[in-house]
Design a binder for this molecule. Structure first.
Ligand code: FE
Ligand code: FE
Ligand code: MG
Length: 165
């Protein structure tokens, strides 16, 4: 990014880059969790679940793209190796050891809830000094809120199907 563009972010740039790299690590882990989950998932409404997981995986990859672009603009260095994802992640990784639909949905809901917290904090942090990152974070946060909602809706459909209601 140009000098003036960096200047407006000021002294918090380094701390911000660190936070964005942590979020970038989360996004890669979330991407893989959705992607591999979509391959192994089994059980009722499987088709619908696969479609949703695949769509969310693509969204997480797009979030990683948005974050890395901003990290570069800020003069930062993005996380370069997958080992760092585990060291830097806020939300961790939940391997879909149990491929049953309900289990996979619950694991990913937990991940989304963590992501919502992370981006809410980033939204607040950036609100006073970097409205560009703020706007990017808001865009991502909107997706994470939608992701949680979508997964919970499928889970509710499944439960009402079982109870015959
Ligand atoms: Fe995401
Ligand atoms: Fe998400
Ligand atoms: Mg969705």
């Amino acid at each position: 990014m140009g000098t003036k563009g960096k200047e407006i972010v000021g002294s918090k740039a380094e701390e911000l880059v660190e936070m964005l790299n942590k979020a970038l690590s989360d996004e890669w882990l979330a991407y893989y969790q959705y992607w591999v989950g979509s391959k192994v998932v089994s059980g009722p409404m499987k088709g619908e679940v696969i479609a949703e997981l695949t769509e969310h995986a693509a969204d997480e990859l797009r979030h990683a793209e948005l974050l890395v672009t901003r990290i570069m603009q800020l003069g930062g260095k993005p996380v370069l190796s997958p080992e760092e994802w585990y060291k830097m992640t806020n939300c961790g990784y939940d391997a879909p050891e149990n491929p049953y639909v309900k289990n996979i949905l619950e694991q990913n809901i937990k991940g989304e809830q963590c992501a919502i917290e992370v981006y809410s904090k980033l939204l607040e942090f950036t609100s006073k000094f970097d409205l560009i990152t703020h706007g990017i974070v808001l865009e991502i946060l909107k997706d994470e809120v939608e992701h949680e909602d979508d997964l919970q809706a499928i889970l509710e459909d499944m439960q009402s199907m079982r109870s015959g209601g």
